[in-house]
Design a binder for this molecule. Structure first.
Ligand code: GDG
Length: 470
């Protein structure tokens, strides 16, 4: 069996369950094939007096049968590649937020520099028959840089975040270079059919790509395969967490604490794509419209700190603090606070208990590649007395989780009504919806995702007939 090489911006130690579903799933595959995981260490090397920082040495660590290889980044590279281009340009634009993008001309050079550095450091570690799987928007040009160094291995790319429609994508200076770089891969995977559709429309319109049918496209002298591979969660891992002592204790505690009230839950990285202000406005609207919810419903919103070095994240933080303060100030009573807002990361072992004790989950991003919280909530429920998922139609998960209550998060009143419906929903309907959702989550779990992507990658070696094309 060929060896699998995974490349992502950050590397997670697959032996630590805290790393979550993706790390566990990749570790599963890597454990079978004996693999290598390559990426940034998370360390930034500050420049020595007067000069540029040295490129970090490679650090190698053996984690079971998986070799973890990481490199450090200089401050300058980190700021341009990670903060600047990846999170200041690609993240906002790919989430349809042109207004938040910072098109500083220097960023793209840093982005390319780090992708070249990754390629240069990775190439000597590769074997001829390796299968390489590159993850996410930080590393779009990596295959092109590897090809430029002579790599002919099979290389697949999976985009974890959405791909916007062609005209939004075309607002990025250098968009044609980015999409052309995708043709260096053999397989390009997206979270949803919607995102895959945007890719097809873009390459037909902007690159005059030829549609060869069955997901095959020809452009820039290359034929590649593209498709939707919706990511799933690790249901067994989550069940194990739920029945571990920590998980059980959390569940019992929350049940006791909220025995007289219905609990609503939101769990998100604090990110403007997650629709947190709109969610709080919808909750405020619920309290306004339905006085019977006073004293009987509490929203626990966990917003784990994220990318605090990017400006747009500080603005949203202040907006949330002010909304929570005003809701609690206007509606709270001595013995009841409507919103419990927690701006900290909660231990993963506590999440299943929290989800299970909640009657309603609010997963209402303005745009999201998939959203695993939606799936984790469903997987944690008691099938006899399950909670209800209120899900944004703009999350990739909405293509699969059709039995959720789908909402438009921009429509605050309609979302408030859907939350009210969820709180009132009779147990028979909750059970029927949960059963259907659970069947989907089990069938399309994280193992299905890994296997189906890698099967397609093994079958999809791109034919190259022309000269180098970057
Ligand atoms: C990207 C895409 C796509 C959240 N808060 C805490 C915590 N979490 C965990 C959740 C879940 C994960 O983080 C979040 O995953 P999401 O899928 O919701 O979102 P992103 O982080 O934006 O991930 C997304 C995903 O990639 C995978 O392809 O679905 O669309 O944007 O597992 O449980 N975990 C802990 N404490 C917290 O406070 N321990």
């Amino acid at each position: 069996m060929p060896r699998l090489v995974v490349v992502s911006n950050r590397v997670a130690d697959p032996r630590k369950t805290a790393a979550g579903g993706l790390a566990v799933a990749l570790a599963d595959v890597l454990n079978n094939t004996g693999g290598l995981w390559f990426g940034w260490s998370g360390k930034i090397v500050e420049p020595s007096a007067g000069g540029r920082a040295d490129e970090g040495e490679l650090r190698t660590q053996q984690a079971g049968p998986v070799k973890l290889v990481t490199l450090d980044l200089s401050r300058e590279d980190h700021d341009a590649y990670y903060v600047g281009y990846s999170n200041g340009v690609l993240w906002p634009v790919f989430h349809y937020r042109l207004d938040l993008a910072d098109f500083d001309a220097g960023y793209i050079a840093g982005y390319r520099r780090v992708n070249q550095l990754f390629a240069r450091k990775l190439q000597p570690l590769l074997r001829d028959d390796d299968i390489i799987w590159v993850h996410d928007y930080h590393l779009i040009p990596l295959a092109a840089e590897l090809r430029a160094l002579g790599c002919t291995q099979r290389i697949g790319f999976f985009l974890h975040i959405p791909l916007p429609p062609p005209l939004i994508l075309a607002a990025i200076p250098g968009h044609d270079w980015l999409i052309r770089a995708l043709f260096a891969y053999d397989l390009v995977g997206f979270q949803s059919e919607a995102d895959h559709g945007h890719f097809c429309r873009y390459i037909e319109a902007e690159a005059r790509a030829q549609n060869l049918g069955e997901g095959r496209w020809r452009a820039f002298n290359r034929t590649i395969q593209a498709g939707a591979f919706p990511i799933g969660m690790d249901v067994e891992e989550f069940n194990a967490l739920a029945s571990a002592p920590d998980g059980l204790e959390m569940y019992e505690r929350m049940r006791r604490e909220y025995s007289r009230r219905k609990l609503l839950v939101g769990v998100d990285r604090l990110d403007y794509s997650k629709g947190l202000p709109q969610r709080l406005q919808a909750f405020r609207e619920l309290l306004q419209r339905y006085p019977e919810t006073h004293n009987s419903a509490t929203l626990v919103q966990i917003a784990s700190p994220s990318r605090e070095d990017v400006g747009a994240y500080t603005d949203i933080l202040h907006e949330l603090e002010s909304l929570c303060g005003s809701i609690n100030g206007n509606y709270g009573e001595l013995e009841w606070m409507p919103v419990r807002y927690i701006h900290r990361t909660v231990a993963r072992s506590r999440l299943p208990g929290l989800y299970r004790a909640s009657r309603v989950a609010l997963v209402t991003p303005l745009r999201d590649g998939m959203n695993l919280v939606a799936k984790e909530f469903v997987a944690s429920q008691d099938p006899q007395d399950p909670g209800v998922l209120v899900l944004s139609r703009f999350a990739g998960a909405a293509e699969q989780l059709k039995e959720a209550l789908l909402v438009n998060p921009y429509d605050v009143e309609a979302t408030a009504n859907a939350i009210h419906l969820a709180l009132q929903m009779p147990v028979e309907e909750r059970r029927a919806r949960h059963q259907a959702l659970m069947a989907n989550i089990r069938e399309y779990d994280v193992h299905w995702w890994c296997d189906s992507f890698l099967d397609s990658l093994v079958k999809a070696q791109a034919e190259e007939t022309g000269t180098p094309w970057l």
